[in-house]
Design a binder for this molecule. Sequence first.
Ligand code: 3PG
Length: 215
Amino acid sequence: MTPTSSIEGLMRAARIVPVLTIHELVHAVPLAQALVAGGICTLEITLRTAAGAKAAEAIVASVPGAVVGLGTVLAVRDLQLARDIGCAFSFSPGATPELLDAAARENHPFIPGVATASELMFARDRGFNVVKLFPAAQLGGISAIKALAGPFPDALFCPTGGIGEQDFANYLAMPNVLSVGGSWLASAEDIRLNRWQQIEERARKSVSKIQMPLD
Ligand code: 3PG
C-alpha cells in the first residue's frame, strides 16, 4: 500500500471536509452531530486551540458516523497524537521530511500541504500524490490547480484556504480535486453561539450541490 492509497479513498468519499477550530470542549460533540446530521461526516479538527485534541477525542468517542482527522499537524508528535486518539487521517498546511517519513512509516493516512511545484515534487518523491493545496484561493485557486495538472497529471488535490459556499462546487468539478476544505460550514461565531441548526442546514445545502461520493 502506498502512503496515499487509503487517504485517496477517504477523500473521494468525503468531498467536503469542514475545517473546525474548537475553542471550548463542550462544543465538540454537538458541532460534529450537526454536521453528520447534515450529511457531512469527515471532519478536520485543528490543533490550533488548547481544546483541539480533546475535542477530536470526544468526537471519536461519542459521534457515531463521524470520520475524524486532525488538522494543523506540524510535528511528528502531532501525528502520534492523531494515532493515539484514533483519528482516521491528518492534514498539514505544509510538510517536513520528518512528517512525511513518519506518516509513511506508521502507515497513517496523511495529506501534506503544498504551495509550489517544488513542494509537490518533494511530496510525490516520497509517495504522497494526494496533497492539500494551501492556501488555495490565495495561490490562484482553480487556475493554479489547472496549471499544476500539466506537469503533474497524477497529483490529486484537497484544496483549502479561502474556499466558500459560492465556489466550493467549482473546485469539486475539477477532475483532479478529490475534496475541498474550509471553515465556511461552521465559522468560529456559529460555534461560539451554538448555532447547531444553522450548521446542519448549511451542511445539507452544500451536500445537495455536488456529486457525493466521487466514483
Ligand atoms: C485553514 O487551514 O485555515 C483552512 O484552510 C480554512 O481556511 P478558510 O477559513 O479560509 O476556509
